[in-house]
Design a protein around this ligand. Structure first.
Ligand code: ATP
Ligand code: MG
Length: 577
């Protein structure tokens, strides 16, 4: 017997051909123990069960990585199941976006299912519970049901309809199904225990009357099962071995198990883990929907949104999100993770893979007075210093250039080593230049043009006499520059914990009014002219940028994914050193 049982050893990730780096956590430990004990014959079947009432967000990514990750690691399967028992808030648009996002994250569901496809079976099971004396039709209104339920300190009161005969219950439930009663007039409730300390066990509603059309099953039903009567049984139908969900369902587990036990069907094990919370980020579909509906953002895929479609458009990579989800791990207590940790994972990935380019966001004209008129020099620039295989490209250099306004000071403050009158700097991949003077707008006194000379012997950036310059700045040749739009983003919320603050009050008051700045006249190097939406770059010295779908061949549009400064990595260093 023992020889036939799969054991943890033979199922280790490397042996199973999975990822060797799977982080250990308590959910994984449960799965390992179940494989070792031969529960379910060593089979691992998980699912990711979103309700299609909004777009997926970064919190869902944690659940996706956990569910698909465990299945992958142990040679199991993971389904995508649309938990669609509430027709009022669900839409096909959401169904489609969810599938796109799961695939984008790098996971292909082993099966794609809809809880609504199980409505016939669920109905049959409801009838079974009525016949067993475990369910009854109740005529209390929703408000009365709430009143009768009691509180955490007071037991509930039994419904006057609780002891209807099985025949009457069967008849009324049938008539509910046939559409004889208006919405809200009756419910089907399970007969559990009105004295239970767990409110979820006080005769919870199984079915409500709702004359509403459903995005997936149309007008077939006018009664709809409640989440608690749908979820566990759907898991059971799909022979889910480990039903992994977030901690708020811990209190629902006794009910989950009660239905499965009363119905005598395959028993999945529900395991709860902590929801992802991120600083400066709101993770609730309801509130994200409000941001969309009230026009605070341009849509679910606005690059400031924490939705997967938003952060994809912003330039985040699926690899970085998976790395982040692996690093945060899972636990049994809710907390809040630093947004900086996610950003750190994104920077790491983009640093390794993004092509470098030069772009000037706030252009200041520089004229190299001793450079021949009409001449162009092609300078070789490295595409990615982290990846030699990315090669090099040629960047045109000419007499008139743009540099960042910030890289010039007529009167340099102490410690300022960039360009200023009489000072020499290096142009990235170019020459050493020295500032000789400025032109100003006579009306405003603003510097409009900086005059410089270049040293022809310093092509590539080094002086033959070995003289040092302290600063290297980026630039774009004016004649060759491509005009572009660059969208700069900041956190959508001003406070670190917008999820919990103003819980009952005006959470919208935390919205950052300056979360988007549009630079419409950026100057880009010519290689950035014909770029495809989704392409990612590092603009040297500025940060990581991703081509927005709004881009056109005439005017490229970039989103700033993230700046270069890694506060999180710096903090880690300080803590270690
Ligand atoms: P929201 O409150 O944002 O609407 P939800 O929990 O209602 O989220 P579902 O569509 O029911 O969203 O979620 C699908 C799965 O994703 C569930 O198993 C849920 O527990 C999980 N999930 C949702 N939000 C998070 C989160 N912030 N962190 C981890 N898992 C999450
Ligand atoms: Mg929900």
């Amino acid at each position: 017997m023992a020889a036939e049982e799969p054991n943890a050893e033979s199922m280790n990730p490397e042996a199973a051909g999975g990822s060797p780096a799977a982080p250990s956590n308590f959910v994984r430990d449960i799965v390992l123990a179940d494989i070792a004990s031969g529960k379910h014959g060593g089979r691992v079947q998980t699912r990711f069960p979103p309700e299609p009432n909004g777009y997926l967000h970064i919190g869902h990514a944690k659940s996706i990585c956990l569910n698909f990750g465990l299945a992958r690691e142990f040679g199991g399967k993971c389904n995508l199941r649309f938990d669609d028992s509430n027709p009022c808030k669900e839409e096909v648009e959401y169904v489609e976006s969810i599938l796109t996002d799961v695939r984008w994250l790098g996971f292909e569901p082993d099966g794609i299912f809809y809880a609504s496809d199980y409505f016939d079976q669920l109905h049959a099971w409801a009838v079974q519970l009525i016949k067993q004396g475990d369910a009854y039709v109740c005529d209390l209104t929703a408000e009365q049901v709430r009143e009768y339920r009691g509180t955490l300190t007071e037991p509930g009161k039994e419904s006057p309809w609780r002891n209807r005969s099985i025949e009457e219950n069967l008849d009324l439930f049938e008539r509910m199904k046939n559409g004889e009663f208006p919405d809200g007039t009756r419910t089907l409730r399970s007969k559990v225990d009105m004295g239970s300390p767990n409110l979820n066990m006080r005769d919870p509603v199984m079915y409500r009357i709702l004359h509403a059309s459903h995005h997936h099953v149309g007008d077939k039903w006018c009664i709809y099962p409640m989440y608690d009567f749908t979820h566990g049984q759907s898991d059971s139908i799909e022979q889910i071995t480990h039903s992994i969900c977030t901690l708020e369902f811990e209190d629902h587990r006794p009910l989950y198990d009660w239905y499965i036990q009363r119905l005598g069907i395959f028993p999945p094990q529900q395991i709860e883990f902590d929801r992802l919370n991120l600083t400066y980020t709101l993770l609730s579909k309801r509130r994200l929907l409000a941001l969309v509906q009230q026009g605070v953002v341009s849509g679910w895929d606005d690059p400031r949104m924490p939705t997967l479609s938003g952060i994809r458009r912003r330039g985040y990579t699926p690899e970085a999100i998976r790395t982040f989800c692996g690093r945060i791990g899972v636990s049994k207590t809710n907390g809040i993770n630093e947004l900086g940790l996610l950003e750190h994972a994104v920077r790491e990935d983009l640093n390794a893979h993004a092509l470098r380019a030069m772009a000037v966001l706030r252009p200041l004209k520089v004229v190299i007075d001793n450079y021949p008129d009409g001449q162009t020099d092609e300078l070789e620039a490295v595409n990615n210093p982290e990846d030699a295989s990315a090669g090099t490209r040629m960047v045109p250099f000419s007499k008139v250039l743009y540099i960042e306004q910030d890289d010039f000071r007529e009167v340099p403050p102490k410690g300022y080593y960039r360009l200023s009158p009489g000072k020499e700097v290096r142009l990235r991949y170019g020459y050493l230049i020295t500032c000789t003077g400025v032109e100003k707008d006579p009306a405003t006194g603003e510097v409009t043009t900086v005059h410089c000379t270049y040293d022809p012997a310093t092509r590539g950036g080094n002086a033959p006499d070995g003289r040092k310059v302290k600063s290297t700045i980026h630039w774009v040749s004016a004649e060759h520059a491509v005009d572009g739009e660059v969208r700069l983003y900041d956190n959508l919320f001003l406070t670190a914990n917008p999820n919990q603050e103003n819980e009952g009050g005006d959470w919208m008051a935390n919205v950052n009014p300056n979360s988007l700045e549009v630079v419409s006249d950026a100057k880009l190097e010519p290689s950035l002219k014909a770029v495809a939406a989704g392409a990612r770059y590092q603009f040297e010295r500025l940060g990581y940028f991703c081509v927005d779908p709004d881009t056109t061949p005439e005017k490229p549009v970039f989103n700033r994914t993230i700046g270069l400064r890694d506060a999180w990595a710096k903090m880690q260093k300080t803590q270690q050193g």
